[in-house]
Design a protein around this ligand. Structure first.
Ligand SMILES: Nc1ncnc2c1ncn2[C@@H]1O[C@H](COP(=O)(O)OP(=O)(O)OP(=O)(O)O)[C@@H](O)[C@H]1O
Ligand SMILES: [Mg+2]
Length: 244
């Protein structure tokens, strides 16, 4: 059974239909890439899937249940975690404390939460910075902290919104490897990312949005060769992406 099912969701902001009739599903452990030009509706789709916005039409079903509106703690308890395109750590808390906050999703016990946080920090290779204030971290570490916070909540699925934007190639490679390991643990992922190398290395399937509508979806190598996708989004990058 799919862990996530999105059925014909649409949302309007004033006169603008930001997402129109989007349907998709994600299986346990599967990585689905959501791509498209700036303003295509990717973050808006994430906001509906994670319950931050309520769709005007359609529904979002996670783990067999309707995703409730604006109840982030309940949504997190269902096992759905997200990262933010604009990273949101608690800047005056340490890395460790930030991750502990996530870990309290599954326990009220300080020791258990601390152990879980430490495990996630070690897994993400952040042990040497765990006592630093989150606000003092360079961008690559902040991105990593976003993933750590999500992982600490014990999710069945993580929505990653441009988790690798602004990173250097070597830093990107490290996160790609981490995401792959997370996926191998059976955690599903929906990945919004402009860096096609990331999408092509990780996604089992791609959905392409353009002006809020799906213009293509399917197997990555087929999607990046689709003329509509090249036209709307990839341009010259298509050749590179396809030959990856
Ligand atoms: N809260 C809002 N109120 C009004 N318009 C909005 C709101 N949120 C998003 N939009 C509009 O909806 C459209 C889709 O925006 P969205 O942020 O989802 O795009 P995106 O695909 O994530 O783009 P990017 O790649 O630049 O992050 C844009 O035209 C945007 O201006
Ligand atoms: Mg966005």
């Amino acid at each position: 059974m799919s862990i996530l099912t999105v059925e014909n969701i649409s949302i309007r902001f004033g006169g603008l239909v930001a997402v129109r009739d989007l349907s998709l599903s994600v299986e346990p452990g599967e990585i689905v890439g959501l791509i498209g030009p700036n303003g295509a509706g990717k973050t808006t789709a994430f906001n509906m899937i994670s319950g931050y916005y309520h769709p005007d039409e359609g529904r979002v079903i996670f783990g067999g249940k309707d995703v409730p509106k604006r109840l982030p703690d309940q949504i997190c308890k269902l096992g759905l975690a997200r990262t933010f395109q604009v990273v949101k750590p608690f800047p005056h808390l340490t890395v460790f404390e930030n991750v502990v906050v996530g870990a309290y999703n599954r326990t009220n016990n300080k020791k258990v939460a601390g152990r879980k946080a430490q495990e996630v920090i070690d897994f993400l290779g952040m042990s040497d910075m765990s006592q630093q204030l989150a606000g003092s971290l360079p961008v690559a570490s902040r991105k990593r902290l976003e993933i750590a916070k999500a992982l600490a909540t014990g999710p069945k699925m993580i929505l990653l919104d441009e988790a690798m934007a602004g990173l250097r190639p070597a830093e990107t490679d490290q996160i790609i490897e981490l995401v792959r390991q997370v996926s191998n643990e059976g955690i599903a992922m929906l990945l919004v990312e402009h860096v096609m190398r990331v999408i092509m290395s990780l996604a089992h399937r791609i959905v392409v949005l353009h002006h809020g509508e799906v213009i293509a979806q399917g197997e990555p190598n087929a999607v990046v060769r689709d003329p509509a996708v090249i036209d709307a989004y990839l341009g010259g990058e298509a050749v590179d992406a396809a030959s990856h």
